[in-house]
Ligand binder design. Structure first.
Ligand SMILES: *Cc1c(COP(=O)(O)O)cnc(C)c1O
Length: 418
C-alpha cells in the first residue's frame, strides 16, 4: 500500500476511497487495514514475471494467514508454503489446491506429517536427516508415498538482520550443502519416499539479487551431482525472502530475480526444472497498515513520548528486530513538529513502535503505522491480557471485516481455576 493505495484527500488519509477517520470511528482501534487493490498489484508483479514460464508461486503464508487474504491469493493462482499443520488447515479451509502446497519447517510433528500426507500436498521440504526418516516411517505405515525435496543450507550471507537470516551454516535451517548429497542418496533408497525437488530459503527482507544467485551457484553443482547419481528432480524451489520498502530501501522487481535465475538455469542446461518461489513479505507487507489512536502525550526530561493504543503485542517487529515502520498522522496538523518515540501501553521497555520521529500530534489523534501487512498480525499475542485487533480489507469504497476484534471473554475462555 506504500504510496499508491494510501492517499491524502481533503487532508485526511484514505485507503482507496475509505476515509480512515470514519473507519476508525466505526471499527475502533488498533485496527489492521488492508487494500485489496494493493494485494492484486503485488501479485501482478510476480504474475508478470512468471508469465509463460514453468514457475509456481507458493505464498509464504506465515507472513499473513488471514483466511480472506489466503483466498485472495488462491484465486489469483497462488499456491502456499506452509510451516505447520495449522497453516495447512487454513489453506484447505479456503479450498487451496493441495498440489500447490509445499511444507517447510524444521520441526514437523507426526500429526502434521500424517495430515499433509493424507491431504496430498505437492512436497515436504525436508530440513534434517531425522525428519527424512520420520516421514519415511509414517509414509510406509500409511502406504502413501511422500513427495520430498531437501532444503539445502547453501551457507550464503543474505546480508539481512541476523534474526531473519536463515542460509548461513550456523542457522538451524536446512541440511548443509556438504551433507545434502548423502541425504538424497539415503532418500532414494526409501520405498515410500519420492524425490521431487531441491529447495533453499536464505533469509528475509533481502534487498539485492546477488545472495539469490550465490545460493543458486551452490545448488547447481549439487543438482548436477544428483543427475550423475541417477537421482532425478522435477523442481527447484528458491524460497522467498525478497524485501519491501519500509523506509528508503530500493528493492529489485521480482522479474529481475526470476529472469536471472532462469537464465542461470538455461546456461546450466537445467531449464527443464519447474521453478518454485515462496514469497511472503514481498506479496503482503506493503498491502496493510495498522491504525492506532494517541492515548497520551508525555514529556520527560530527555524524551517525548506518544503513547498509543497499539503495542508490541499487536505489532512485534520493532521490539524483536528493531525494525522501522513509517508513522503518519491520519489528519496531518500544520505547525511545529517535535521529536517523539511512539510507544504502546505494555509494561516493557521494548514496547515501542517507532523512535525519534518528527510528529505534530495531540491526544485522540489517529496514526498510521505503515508496512504492517506481513509478520504483524500473525505475530500478535495477548500479552498484558490485551485483545488482538480487528482486521478489515478495503475494496474501493467498501470495506469488509475479515477478523473481529477479540473480546475479554475470548481471552479467558480456555482457562479455569482449580
Ligand atoms: C518465512 C518463509 C518464507 C517467506 O519468507 P519472506 O521473507 O516473507 O518472503 C518462505 N519460505 C520459507 C521456508 C520460510 O520459512
Amino acid at each position: 500500500m506504500k504510496n499508491n493505495h494510501l492517499k491524502l484527500k481533503n487532508n485526511i488519509f484514505h485507503v482507496e476511497n475509505i476515509n480512515l477517520e470514519l473507519l476508525a470511528n466505526k471499527m475502533g482501534t488498533p485496527l489492521y487495514v488492508y487494500s485489496r487493490a494493493a494485494i492484486k498489484d503485488s501479485w501482478n508483479r510476480y504474475a508478470k514475471a512468471i508469465l509463460n514460464k514453468n514457475c509456481l508461486i507458493c505464498y509464504g503464508m506465515k507472513a499473513n494467514s488471514n483466511l480472506a487474504i489466503l483466498k485472495e491469493f488462491s484465486e489469483l493462482g497462488s499456491g502456499f508454503d506452509i510451516v505447520s499443520g495449522g497453516e495447512l488447515e487454513r489453506a484447505l479451509a479456503i479450498g487451496a489446491n493441495p498440489q500447490k502446497i509445499v511444507f517447510s519447517g524444521v520441526g514437523k510433528q507426526e500429526w502434521e506429517i500424517i495430515y499433509a500426507l493424507k491431504s496430498g500436498i505437492k512436497c515436504f521440504n525436508i530440513e534434517s536427516e531425522a525428519e527424512l526418516h520420520k516421514i519415511s516411517d509414517i509414509a510406509s505405515n500409511l502406504h502413501i508415498t511422500a513427495p520430498i525435496s531437501i532444503r539445502v543450507n547453501p551457507d550464503v550471507d543474505a546480508k539481512t538482520h541476523p534474526y531473519i537470516s536463515t542460509g548461513l551454516k550456523e542457522n538451524k535451517f536446512g541440511i548443509s550443502i556438504k551433507n545434502a548429497l548423502n541425504c538424497y542418496k539415503t532418500a532414494s533408497k526409501l520405498p515410500f519416499i519420492d524425490i521431487v525437488g531441491i529447495d533453499c530459503h536464505i533469509g528475509s527482507q533481502l534487498t539485492e539479487i546477488p545472495p539469490f544467485i550465490d545460493a543458486l551457484d551452490k545448488l547447481i553443482p549439487l543438482i548436477k551431482e544428483l543427475i550423475k547419481n541417477n537421482i532425478s528432480i522435477k523442481h527447484l524451489d528458491i524460497g522467498g525472502g525478497l524485501g519491501i520498502t519500509y523506509k528508503d530501501e530500493v528493492i529489485p522487481d521480482p522479474k529481475q530475480i526470476i529472469d536471472s535465475v532462469i537464465l542461470k538455469l538455461k546456461e546450466s542446461n537445467l531449464d527443464h526444472l519447474e521453478l518454485i518461489l515462496e514469497p511472503g513479505r514481498s506479496l503482503i507487507g506493503n498491502c496493510g497498515i495498522l491504525l492506532t489512536k494517541v492515548i497520551y502525550i508525555k514529556h520527560s526530561e530527555d524524551r517525548n513520548f506518544v503513547i498509543v493504543d497499539a503495542a508490541m503485542n499487536d505489532l512485534l517487529r520493532p521490539a524483536l528486530y528493531q525494525s522501522y515502520h513509517e508513522v503518519k498522522p491520519v489528519a496531518p496538523r500544520t505547525g511545529n513538529a517535535k521529536e517523539y518515540d511512539v510507544v504502546g501501553p505494555i509494561c516493557e521497555s521494548a514496547d515501542w513502535l517507532a523512535k525519534n520521529r518528527l510528529l505534530n500530534v495531540q491526544e485522540n489523534d489517529l496514526l498510521i503505522i505503515e508496512s504492517a501487512g506481513a509478520y504483524c498480525t500473525t505475530m500478535s499475542s495477548n500479552y498484558n491480557s490485551r485483545v488482538r485487533p480487528a482486521e478489515v480489507i478495503v475494496d474501493d469504497c467498501k470495506y469488509y471485516i475479515i477478523k473481529n476484534r477479540e473480546n475479554l471473554s475470548d481471552i479467558l475462555k480456555l482457562e479455569t481455576t482449580i
